[in-house]
Design a protein around this ligand. Structure first.
Ligand SMILES: [Zn+2]
Ligand SMILES: [Zn+2]
Length: 208
């Protein structure tokens, strides 16, 4: 499975996919949750293990190469916990387990995004970074780690020539820093400010 997303992929039928994938009706698979992971369009396929939706096999394969293949099983484990009755899942051991799954997903997706970024493969870098950010928000809201992932998203947006998401993530990084200021040392603050500035410089390069 590497980078071959031509039309022949779309011609293969569902039973050539692993059993965890099922077809879904795009009319019922609506809303943000059921949007295609890659293009946010209407979905026809679902990974029942990690509940990620896809419009086509092309986008399913693209996500699989990007990061889905690496983290589907970990997300599945986290969903088993999320689905537990509240009385069970509030146990500190279960919560620690859940956070550990989130953290593994975030780390693996960040690593994958960085590898794809080095390869200058935007198609694979962006979805991996997006998934990493989703899990970082669960883990690191109002913690410095989140800013690093927002800057990674900016680097990928720049590579993609996507101004809007780039600036949205820059604004979100600045907001995070304002929220953090009270709880971090001056030195950490300076480091984060430098990172945000580097994101801004990257973005202003596409402007000119
Ligand atoms: Zn799609
Ligand atoms: Zn999956």
């Amino acid at each position: 499975l590497s980078g071959n997303y031509d039309d022949t992929n779309n011609l293969k039928n569902l039973d050539e996919l692993p059993l965890k994938y099922i077809s879904v009706n795009p009319l019922t698979a609506k809303g943000d949750e059921a949007a295609c992971m890659i293009c946010k369009g209407a979905s026809t396929l679902l990974c029942t293990s990690c509940r990620t939706y896809y419009c086509t096999k092309e986008h399913l394969y693209q996500d699989d190469d990007s990061s889905h293949g690496a983290v589907c099983g970990l997300i599945e484990q986290s969903l088993l916990i999320e689905d537990m009755p509240l009385a069970l899942k509030i146990s500190p051991q279960i919560q620690a387990k859940l956070l550990n799954y989130y953290s593994q997903v975030a780390q693996q997706c960040t690593d994958r995004a960085r590898i794809h970024l080095i390869d200058q493969n935007n198609k694979l870098a962006f979805p991996a970074a997006e998934r990493a950010l989703h899990y970082c928000k669960k883990l690191y809201l109002n913690k410095p780690e989140l800013i690093n992932n927002l800057i990674l998203m900016i680097e990928i947006s720049v590579l993609n020539d996507q101004m809007e998401p780039g600036y949205a993530n820059l604004a979100s990084a600045q907001l995070q820093l304002i929220n953090l200021k009270k709880s971090i040392t001056k030195q950490i603050q300076k480091g984060l400010e430098a990172k945000i500035r580097s994101g801004f410089i990257l973005l202003s390069k596409i402007n000119s």
